[in-house]
Design a protein around this ligand. Structure first.
Ligand code: PAF
Length: 283
């Protein structure tokens, strides 16, 4: 990978503010938890089209992990991440410690992410989206971007962040960026690093099932038929434990029966929980 431009890396809010004060023009923000892959780099590439400067945050946010989830095991690869960001020309990287983001300990004022956060991912991870909204809100306040990029792979997260920005009048444009997949269809995720070679090949059933579901929808199948077929394909793969298959409205994640919908799946492959989705059109 050839470096385009070495980003400035800062770790404290004081250094962040000093660095931000030197950037004039429109700021585009890409928030990440590190362990960067081509999907993150695509967020940065597209961020350049929306702002004069791209600010990337790298922070494994403890408040979006429940006890027993993979907060401790989550890959932390700062040096490699900064090298990868140099190839796409990020201007500034903010990689704070937990105490820098939560200097007063656990926040006493928090954000209720509302009903969209209670279904699908929220049913399995009830505190997850409140933690996401909290850290996104804090970073929005610290960085003050005009635009922020989020991947469509986390479609429910994107929907909730759009609602937060709308309902709390945050003056920030939210841009969704398409899922980046490996050649064999696997949606890129930092958690793919947990998969053994065997698990990785089993995990391909998710994108395969979504493709066949989207095809059925395009041929006029009902929501029930599409969901039933995706469920059947995934359940037929040994070593993959399905959590949910759902067709939901892209804005509020209520059940969708016609029009544009998100076909969303989650499953455990070994001990790794993966999510994926496809945008479909129900007739
Ligand atoms: O999508 C993620 O990686 C995280 O949820 C985010 C948006 C960086 C907040 O910690």
């Amino acid at each position: 990978m050839n470096a385009v431009k070495q980003p400035q890396v800062v770790h404290t809010r004081t250094d962040l503010q000093a660095a931000l004060s030197k950037l004039s023009g429109r700021r585009a923000l890409v928030m990440t938890m590190g362990a960067l892959h081509a999907g993150h780099l695509e967020l940065v590439r597209q961020a350049h089209q929306h702002g004069d400067h791209v600010v990337v945050t790298i922070f494994v946010n403890p408040t979006q992990f429940a006890p027993g989830e993979d907060f401790d095991a989550y890959p932390r690869t700062l040096e490699a991440d900064v090298a990868a960001l140099a190839t796409v020309g990020a201007d500034l990287v903010y990689a704070p410690a937990v105490e820098e983001v939560y200097p007063h300990g656990p926040a006493r004022v928090t954000i209720d992410p509302g009903p969209t956060a209670k279904v699908l991912e929220g049913a399995t991870r009830p505190t997850h989206f409140a933690g996401v909204c909290l850290v996104v809100n804090k970073v929005f306040n610290l960085v003050a971007p005009q635009v922020a990029m989020f991947g469509r792979k986390d479609a429910q997260q994107l929907a909730i962040i759009r609602q937060m920005v709308r309902d709390l009048d945050m003056p920030i444009e939210i841009v969704g960026v398409d899922i980046v997949r490996d050649e064999d269809g696997l949606a890129l995720s930092s958690r793919n690093a947990y998969l053994s070679a065997d698990e990785r090949s089993r995990a391909l059933v998710l994108s395969r099932a979504l493709r066949s579901g989207a095809q059925l929808a395009a041929e006029g199948a009902s929501a029930e038929q599409v969901v039933g077929s995706v469920r059947q394909v995934i359940n037929s793969q040994p070593g993959v434990e399905l959590d949910y298959v759902a067709l939901v409205d892209p804005v509020d994640f209520t059940a969708a029966t016609h029009g544009a919908a998100v076909l969303a799946v989650a499953a455990k492959v070994g001990s790794t929980r993966l999510i994926d989705n496809a945008e479909v059109d129900l007739q």
